[in-house]
Design a protein. Structure first.
Length: 107
């Protein structure tokens, strides 16, 4: 059997370098961040999503670095929920009589 080894691709940097900075249009913003069009504009209105840059006339676009920074902030904002577990005694009745065992309950 022939084994195929795929080259590992390093992850791209989260913030593009200055020479890689570019404007992206709405379609690419939606594809990048996974939000709907209405959610993007609602976020802009609320101040929770980067606003586009006016280019000329009715043309506008977003800086790719601002969208990537917003995504990083969303990931950083999520915190794993930790629940402290405390052992408490619990009495149960079995076929052979009364027994006591320890049951773990959230604190």
């Amino acid at each position: 059997m022939t084994q195929v080894t795929l080259p590992s691709t390093p992850e791209p940097p989260a913030t593009p370098a200055l020479n890689e900075e570019r404007f992206i249009r709405l379609a690419e913003v939606l594809a990048t961040c996974g939000k709907s069009r209405s959610s993007v504009y609602e976020g802009i209105k609320d101040g929770t999503f980067p606003a586009p840059v006016k280019l000329k006339g009715r043309s506008s676009a977003w800086l790719k670095s601002e969208i990537l920074h917003w995504m990083q902030a969303c990931v950083a904002a999520r915190h794993p929920v930790s629940v402290a577990i405390q052992a408490t005694p619990m009495k149960t009745v079995t076929a052979t009589g009364l027994s006591t065992r320890t049951r773990r309950q959230p604190a």
